[in-house]
Design a protein around this ligand. Structure first.
Ligand SMILES: [Fe+2]
Length: 242
């Protein structure tokens, strides 16, 4: 028996896959953007497969520290978010460009389409990037993002989250996902989180609080590993910003 959602039955395919389905009726945006026709695979061109190649030189010092990108410090709880990017066999993936974007502590994005009635923070852009090291580790310093309303359904609020993007060898290999924070009371009500029907896969999007990562008198520490493929794969989504 297929489970009921707020708007109907969940398609069979959605029940077994790690990644969220393209069409998940409770997540209203997917009704408009999910393809209605069979996908057409386009061959990759040479330019897509051979470039660009990212180098360390393109990264600024403050790119991985979202609390040091302006004259002052942003408001909010300072946090460290770190983890490893791993292949399906557990191999660390080094030199991977990891990008993040997030709302500020009040739940507001610095973006033209964000009209949430919450203050912008002049000291917070909400964007960062870094390369993984030889151990596949990335690390960001930022502030805890706030929850925000998003109009998907009455009284809809997104759990606190940070968007992640990874590039493989080329632009067509971009992978996007979201990291959540443990114990968020909004989990049961969020269609994006729940569009991943597999409980284990869903939990792999929730970071772990670690006292070992927590820096005394400075910042709380959260760990979020990203596994590309295999049984422990991190669920991935199509690129968009909700
Ligand atoms: Fe978001």
């Amino acid at each position: 028996m297929q489970p009921e959602t707020m708007f109907g039955r969940v398609p069979d395919a959605a029940l077994t896959e790690t990644d969220p389905p393209l069409l998940y009726p409770d997540y209203v945006g997917t009704r408009l953007r999910a393809p209605k026709e069979p996908l057409v695979l386009l061959p990759s061109s040479l330019s897509e497969l051979t470039g660009p190649v990212y180098g360390d030189g393109a990264l600024g010092e403050a790119d991985a520290d979202l609390t040091r990108q302006h004259a002052g410090e942003p408001l909010g709880e300072r946090i460290v978010v770190t983890g490893r990017v791993l292949g399906s066999d557990g191999t660390p993936l080094r030199g991977q460009l990891v990008e993040i974007w997030q709302a500020n502590a009040a739940g507001r994005y610095r973006h033209a389409v964000d009209t949430h009635d919450a203050p912008l923070d002049p000291n917070f852009t909400g964007w960062g990037r870094c390369l993984t090291d030889d151990d596949g580790t990335y690390r960001f310093t930022t502030v805890l993002p706030g929850a925000y309303p998003w109009g998907n359904h009455p009284n809809a609020w997104r759990p606190k989250h940070i968007h992640f993007s990874l590039f493989g060898r080329a632009f067509p290999e971009r992978l996007v996902t979201q990291m959540y924070f443990p114990g968020d009371p909004l989990f049961p009500f969020d269609p994006i989180f729940n569009s991943i029907r597999n409980e284990g896969a869903r939990q792999r999007l929730v970071s772990r609080f670690e006292l070992e990562l927590t820096q005394p008198d400075w910042a709380l520490g959260f760990r979020f590993d990203i596994v590309l493929g295999g049984r422990e794969a991190t669920p991935l989504e199509e690129p968009h910003v909700d």
